[in-house]
Structures are given as structure tokens and as C-alpha cells.
Ligand binder design. Structure first.
Ligand code: HEM
Length: 217
């Protein structure tokens, strides 16, 4: 039998391209809250803090989701370090505004405190991982900066996993509230675990090539 050999770099590119594509689609669809067009799910419209917080949240969080994948392209970081820094600042601001608005929204959920606690914990974890990544880069510690950013983006991707699990729960006829409360936790805890598994015992030197070399790595 003929074995199909896919090199690690090709596989990496494939994973990146699929992640970037789905992230872009989810982000662009989410911007509808900024223009007040398109469908609003009834449980979201029933959030006590819908107006104006959903628009603030969608603006920041969707921007982080849209830009995040580009920060993981080694060539972009090496050739255009200035662009990497600009996008990084916008990503961090998106996480900060999107995360703070998410904390407000989490206190107004129509689906109750279990889902509220799930989203609040996610929001806190998102703010903390992104904040630590920013702190590390400002201190010139590039290796821990990368590691915290991988965790931060794994959490950003909860917007994608949530939108995969919700229709799946419908396919499997899981009652909406039960599914929503479970997914408020399940959309991010496995992402974080996967990020930890990825980082586990991986020396940072093999993670990415980076334009900045530092003795603190
Ligand atoms: C990672 C941390 C995040 C947290 C803690 C969070 C939290 C929340 C909360 C609490 C709600 C309201 C849910 C309800 O009332 O039932 C919400 C809705 C929403 N979030 Fe997030 N979110 C996060 C990330 C993102 C990202 C990265 C996007 C990017 C697209 C996003 C886009 C949206 C949208 C569009 C809605 C409205 C619901 C919909 O139309 O599907 N969120 N989020």
C-alpha cells in the first residue's frame, strides 16, 4: 500500500489555514452586531446587558479572532516585525475590551448562573493569559510571551468551538438549555488543555522562528 507522506510543515500550514478560515468567517459574521443587521438568537436578545455590551464585545472579540491567526505565521514575524507588533497591540486591545464586555454579559445571561459562571471564568482566563503575554513581551521575555499567547489564542478560539458544539448538540437532540450550560464550559476547557499538551515539554526554540532573539529564552 502506498503511504502518503505529509511533512510536518505542510500539516502545520493546513491546520493554520483551516483555523484562519473558520476564524475569519466567525469574526465577520459576528460584526453584524455592530451594524445592527442580521439574526439575533432569542437567548442572546434576552441577555439583560445586551445593549450596548454585545456590540462592544463583538467588536473587540471578533477583531482578536480575525487577527490572531496571523500572529502565528513565522514569515510575517520575521519579515515584518513592525506589523507583528501592530497586530499584536490590536489583538490585545480586542481581548481586553471583548473580555471586559464578556464579564458584563456573563452577569446578564438568560440561561442561568451555571452558563454565566462558565463564560465569566473564560473571560477571566482570557484577560489573564493575554495580560501575562503582554507583560512578558514588554519585559523582553519572548519565550514566555509566546507561550501565554498560545494559551490566549486557544481561548479566543472558544468562539469557534462553541459554534461547532451548538449545532452538534442540536443534531444529537440535546435539550437547548442543558447543551448551552455544558458548552459554556466545554467551549474552552478542552482548548486550554490542548494548548497545554502542545506546550508540554516543547522547547520554545522549536515552536517558532522569531525575529527577536533574546538571551532570556
Ligand atoms: C474568549 C472569551 C469570550 C467570552 C468570555 C465570551 C462571552 C460571551 C457571552 C457571555 C455572551 C452572551 C451569551 C448569552 O447571553 O447567552 C457572548 C455572546 C457573543 N460572543 Fe462571546 N465570548 C468570548 C469570545 C468571543 C469571541 C472571540 C468572539 C468572536 C467572534 C465572540 C463573539 C460573540 C458573539 C457574536 C456573541 C453573540 C451571540 C451570537 O450571536 O452567537 N465571543 N459571548
Amino acid at each position: 500500500m502506498k503511504m502518503v507522506h505529509v511533512s510536518r510543515s505542510r500539516l502545520g500550514l493546513l491546520v493554520w489555514a483551516s483555523t484562519a478560515t473558520i476564524s475569519t468567517v466567525v469574526a465577520l459574521v459576528s460584526y453584524r452586531y455592530l451594524v445592527g443587521q442580521g439574526p439575533v438568537p432569542p437567548n442572546i436578545a434576552a441577555n439583560r446587558h445586551f445593549d450596548p455590551w454585545i456590540a462592544v464585545h463583538a467588536a473587540g472579540a471578533a477583531t482578536a479572532l480575525l487577527l490572531g491567526p496571523w500572529q502565528f505565521r513565522p514569515r510575517l514575524r520575521v519579515r515584518w516585525p513592525f506589523l507583528h507588533k501592530c497586530i499584536g497591540r490590536i489583538y490585545a486591545l480586542g481581548c481586553a475590551s471583548g473580555g471586559l464586555a464578556a464579564l458584563v454579559l456573563a452577569t446578564g445571561l438568560s440561561s442561568g448562573p451555571v452558563a454565566g459562571a462558565g463564560f465569566a471564568a473564560l473571560g477571566l482566563a482570557w484577560l489573564i493569559t493575554t495580560g501575562l503575554a503582554v507583560r512578558e513581551v514588554l519585559a523582553g521575555r519572548i519565550a514566555p510571551h509566546r507561550r501565554w499567547m498560545i494559551r490566549s489564542f486557544a481561548l479566543t478560539l472558544s468562539a469557534v468551538t462553541l459554534r461547532i458544539y451548538l449545532p452538534l448538540s442540536d443534531v444529537f437532540n440535546v435539550e437547548f438549555l442543558t447543551a448551552y450550560r455544558t458548552i459554556a464550559w466545554a467551549c474552552w476547557l478542552p482548548n486550554l488543555l490542548l494548548a497545554e499538551l502542545f506546550l508540554w515539554r516543547r522547547p520554545t526554540s522549536v515552536l517558532f522562528a522569531h525575529p527577536v532573539t533574546t538571551s532570556k529564552e
